[in-house]
Design a protein around this ligand. Structure first.
Ligand SMILES: Cc1ncc(COP(=O)(O)O)c(C=O)c1O
Length: 392
């Protein structure tokens, strides 16, 4: 067994990291800063391997039966203790995307709106529009959505299903809402009687010594807030495991949906396997290790970009999560920046993908490459943009 400090597992089976097995791979020679994936060597193959035998030994046949509709008690209890709520306020899900889909089937119907940040996780928005929800966009600042913008969005007389927010380590901007802002947003939503869906996929990935403010769910006692958590960003998306926190009545309503009554828990054996990891400190050790790895990658990318760009480019340094958000001055166009990056063999995500914000932006993920790869990517980008005379 490798020590937790080693980054390349003998079980990483690089030959299988290919399209058709995993969702997407970058073409040879391209350094991919596009998607919010973990680098294969950061995926915990060695740590996950023993968990299934452990779960099967401990739970026997119960690990292979239909799981309790809201998720198996052992994981619900561990999550509840970790997040300061009751097990009845926790439901195990198959990740944030599935939880959002389930919520849309309950709260959404064509013609209703959903209040979203103008710039937000594009695929979260897509899940909502897939269900016929119409996005009502809200303005944000360096702390995310402003309370007045939320108030305005909820005052149009629309039939609003819910508000979708990512107050912690926002994708793509990296912003964090302070506690005061969180309380203001909660007060506005409560006054309008509209629930908030808090997408907290990156909450455990703070990269600074300071911890982020309490979640909206914690601040509200889970009244009027549904918090979505995921192991996709902290362990691996292939586990398809997450949870939601909400008031007991909503958890009960969700667990009475046909999908759950028919199929039981959404990811039963994996939820028991991950409970093995969480109950004795292995999960926390893994998280500390992952945060160190991500901090090194973030710092490498930010430092190299800042050193190579002028005042017309603002290189954000997020306090957590996976992404650096770049803001370009008015003389830069997204199309020419993307074309230059493409010619230099670096894939990046266009800011426009995340909504119609003013100005030119790019999102760069530091999660999918080694520090060396990120340094090389930054050098290529800086040179390419300079050659384009888009920078200096
Ligand atoms: C903000 C946000 N929410 C949710 C997800 C998807 O989460 P999951 O893999 O748990 O479905 C992502 C992944 O990129 C994300 O960035």
């Amino acid at each position: 067994m490798l020590s937790p400090e080693s980054t390349v597992s003998p079980l990483s089976h690089a030959r299988w990291w290919r399209a058709g097995v995993v969702q997407a791979v970058s073409p040879p020679g391209v350094i991919d800063l596009g998607p919010g994936y973990l680098e294969p060597s950061l995926l915990p193959v060695d740590e996950v391997l023993p968990l299934y035998p452990e779960a099967l030994t401990e739970f026997g046949a119960a690990a292979l039966g239909y799981g309790a509709n809201a998720g198996a008690e052992p994981l619900r209890a561990l999550l509840a203790a970790r997040h300061g709520c009751a097990p009845e306020e926790v439901m195990v899900t198959a990740g944030t995307s599935q939880a959002l889909t389930l919520l849309c089937t309950l709260l959404g119907r064509p013609g209703r709106t959903v209040a979203v940040e103008r710039t937000c996780y594009d695929l979260g928005r897509r899940i909502m529009t897939d269900h016929g929800l119409r996005p009502r966009e809200m303005d944000a600042d360096g702390e995310g959505v402003r309370a007045e913008a939320l108030d305005r969005a909820l005052s149009h007389g629309d039939d609003v299903a819910f508000v979708y927010l990512t107050p912690t380590f926002h994708n793509p901007t990296g912003t964090v809402a302070g506690e005061q802002r969180r309380r203001e947003l909660l007060a506005v939503a409560a006054r309008h009687g509209v629930p908030i869906v808090e997408d907290d996929a990156y909450a455990e990935l703070g990269l600074e010594p300071t911890t982020p403010p309490p979640s909206l769910a914690a601040l509200s006692g889970r009244r009027g807030v549904i918090r979505l958590g995921s192991f996709a960003k902290t362990l691996g998306p292939g586990l398809r495991l997450g949870w939601l926190e909400a008031d007991r009545d909503l958890v009960e309503t969700l667990t009475e949906r046909g999908q759950l009554v028919s199929g039981g828990a959404l990811n039963h054996l994996t939820s028991l396997a991950v409970a093995m990891l969480m109950r004795d400190g292995r999960y926390d050790r893994r998280l500390s290790w992952l945060r160190r790895q991500l901090r090194l990658r973030r710092d490498t990318l930010v430092a190299a970009l800042r050193a190579g760009t002028d005042a017309s480019v603002t290189v954000g340094c997020p306090a957590g999560g996976y992404f650096v958000w770049l803001t370009f001055g008015p003389r830069h166009s997204e199309a020419s920046l993307l074309a230059a990056a493409d010619r230099a063999g670096v894939a990046v995500a266009p800011g426009s993908r995340f909504g119609g914000i003013a100005g030119t932006h790019l999102r760069l993920a530091y999660s999918l490459n080694s520090p060396e790869g990120l340094a090389e990517a930054a050098a290529r980008l800086v040179a390419a943009w300079r050659n384009e005379e888009t920078l200096r």
